[in-house]
Design a protein around this ligand. Structure first.
Ligand SMILES: [Zn+2]
Length: 351
């Protein structure tokens, strides 16, 4: 299904590009700016089985994107500036902000050098357990488990299901199925199931976390760079909408307090884990603003419009997705046509 969806999206982006339709849609849907969403930035890897490839772009593609924005005279700004421009209706120039989720070390090693070439500021949303070295990056753990296993077995809905994972296609099919199942579980069930899979196949969850994420010490010097701002991304990277209100509030306040204590700087911006409508909705948007976050970004696709000022803790983003790293998708993305198509041509989606 995922492959099919990717193909449809890619064909959609291509159709928009080749028909020139994005150019016609531009005056209506380009909005006033955009917040780009990224995760990993690192050189591409070989291998057929890369189910999380959508979460990574190469340094070259990041450079291509920044070059494109600069050539269109778009300001690259901080999230503070996004907040200010929306609130005070400063729309004389179009703007773009860059945000990186989770706190990966490659943001320092591969993204920062490219951002420096352009003097471009960016925000990294840190999950405090990830910086602590005890986070659960279960989607990576699942990838590594399936990569090394010839078969895996899980108990879905009380029934043991066995997946043959000898071929790349088998691995991808197993990953899609098990990933979607894990996403549907409550947090403690998810922890138990991925823990059991890791134990069976000799995958170390904590080691994955330390391998991929910056520690507090690393974040301290990273955050000292004038181009870098740090935002919050909860304590455990849980689905907030599944939590009780008290737990959700704790995830939002304690993570912020941890970052502020470790890095000695104020945290004003939030990113919702998973960030789709199943993980962040009205209750979470209201919580974030009552707790004092200036902005909250989701993974809902969309551009910024003047009306976004009324939904500062429910901002959409434009994904720089590793599956679509071609220069020709950039004018489509920045025209807003792609996200408009996705949203059924509604401008603001914050319910
Ligand atoms: Zn995340």
């Amino acid at each position: 299904m995922k492959q099919l969806r990717n193909t449809v999206i890619r064909a959609g982006l291509g159709a928009l590009y080749f028909s020139g339709a994005y150019f016609l849609l531009r005056p209506i849907f380009s909005g006033v700016g955009a917040v780009f969403m990224l995760h990993h930035v690192r050189p591409g890897r070989d291998g057929d089985f890369q189910p999380n490839r959508h979460l990574e772009v190469t340094p070259d593609f990041l450079r291509t994107t920044l070059t494109h924005l600069r050539s269109h005279d778009i300001d690259i700004v901080t999230m503070d500036e996004v907040h200010d421009r929306l609130l005070n209706r400063k729309f004389a120039r179009r703007f773009a902000a860059f945000t990186f989720d989770d706190g990966y070390r490659d943001n320092r090693d591969h993204a920062l050098p490219v951002m420096r070439e352009f003097g471009a500021p960016f925000t990294v949303f840190v999950t405090s357990d990830f910086a602590e070295g005890c986070g659960r990056l279960w989607w990576v753990a699942l990838e590594r488990t399936i990569a090394k296993a010839a078969s895996i077995e899980v108990t879905m809905g009380g029934r043991a299901v066995r997946f043959d994972t000898t071929t790349a296609a088998g691995k991808q099919a197993a990953y899609d199925r098990v990933h979607d199942w894990l996403r549907s579980l409550q947090e403690h069930d998810l922890a138990r199931e991925i823990g059991a899979l890791c134990a069976q196949h000799g995958v170390d969850l904590a080691e994955i976390c330390r391998d991929l994420c910056m520690s507090w010490d690393e974040l301290k010097s990273f955050a000292g760079d004038p181009l870098v701002a740090i935002g919050a991304h909860t304590i455990t990277h849980c689905n907030l909408a599944q939590q009780s209100e008290d737990m959700a509030r704790e995830e939002l306040t304690v993570s912020r307090a941890r970052i502020e204590e470790e890095l000695q700087r104020q945290v004003l911006h939030l990113c919702y884990p998973y960030g789709d409508r199943n993980a962040a909705g009205r209750r979470e948007f209201a919580l974030a603003s009552s707790i004092g976050y200036k902005t909250g970004v989701t993974t809902r696709p969309g551009m910024m419009f003047a009306e976004s000022a009324g939904h500062l803790t429910a901002l959409p983003r434009v994904s720089l997705n590793g599956n679509y790293q071609q220069a020709r998708v950039l004018p489509v993305l920045t025209s807003g046509a792609a996200t408009a198509m996705w949203n059924g041509f509604r401008r603001v989606d914050a319910a």
